[in-house]
Design a protein around this ligand. Structure first.
Ligand code: PGA
Length: 256
């Protein structure tokens, strides 16, 4: 039987001061035991990246940023570049989170540039896709995600495909307490793989991690991990509490 591996990612959004981040880290580390098949990247706000870089260390643990600019440097007041977040300790970066699509009007052409820049900077991009409630209800969710994949991912070499992670986050399940059913999530994950296989016939997508995100909690994480199409989770609200996040990590560790 082939062994499964998981990514359990925590997206803190605009929560936690540096001091709160360090407290979270010591609580998490007090009980965390690594397992080789589970990677745990945490995405704090920019200001907590460097302080956490010194504290949040151990096998399987890493840090990511929640955004980056598409250029490497320039006169862009208020922006942060890939090399800057790399220097601050990030190995990963979220790209295309629905909150940035919604509040910063980020669209696929820009997101494709950001994925390119992230890879060029040695970061692992986690590209987020997902439909709105209206799109789900009118039945256009498969087309919407297909469009986000085809327009938001730039041309990549086989090695670069090997560094990309996708996260399916239906907008109606984010922060609402309403999780997609395992069937809905796994059907979309299968759709994502099929779209990519059809459009990139020379690439093997067997190993491409596809995470599910949207109201993941210790109580529902296990059934998500049990599904072979789901390679991990992107956790928002429940990652803010060290104990809840650790409980989700342990659910993944129990599965192999
Ligand atoms: P949630 O957020 O777990 O609070 O729903 C997930 C996300 O936005 O990444």
């Amino acid at each position: 039987m082939s062994k499964r591996s998981f990514i359990v990612a925590g997206n803190w959004k605009m929560y936690k001061s540096i001091e709160e981040a360090l407290q979270w880290s010591s609580r998490f580390l007090a009980d965390y035991r690594a397992a080789v098949h589970v990677q745990v990247p945490v995405f704090p706000p920019f200001t907590a990246l460097f302080p956490l870089h010194g504290a949040f260390r151990g096998p399987g643990l890493s840090l990511g940023a929640q955004n980056l600019h598409s250029d490497l440097q320039g006169a862009y007041t208020g922006e942060i570049s890939g090399p800057m977040i790399r220097e601050a300790g990030a190995d990963w970066v979220l790209i295309g989170h629905s909150e940035r699509r919604q509040y910063q009007q980020e669209q696929e052409a820009l997101l494709a540039e950001k994925i390119r820049t992230a890879l060029d900077c040695g970061l692992r991009p986690v590209y987020c896709v997902g439909e709105s409630l209206a799109e789900r209800e009118e039945g256009s969710h498969l087309d919407k995600v297909q469009q986000q994949l085809l327009q938001g991912i730039p041309p990549l070499s086989p090695a670069e495909w090997g560094r990309l992670v996708l996260a399916y986050e239906p907008v109606w399940a984010i922060g609402t307490g309403r999780t997609a059913t395992v069937e809905d999530a796994s059907a979309m994950h299968r759709h994502i793989r099929e779209v990519l296989v059809k459009t990139h016939p020379s690439i093997s997508f067997g190993e491409l991690p596809i995470l599910y995100g949207g109201s993941v909690k210790p109580e529902n994480a296990g059934e998500l991990f049990d599904h072979p199409e789901i390679n991990g989770v992107l956790v928002g609200g429940a990652s803010l509490d060290a104990g809840s996040f650790l409980a989700i990590v342990e659910e993944a560790q129990r599965r192999r």
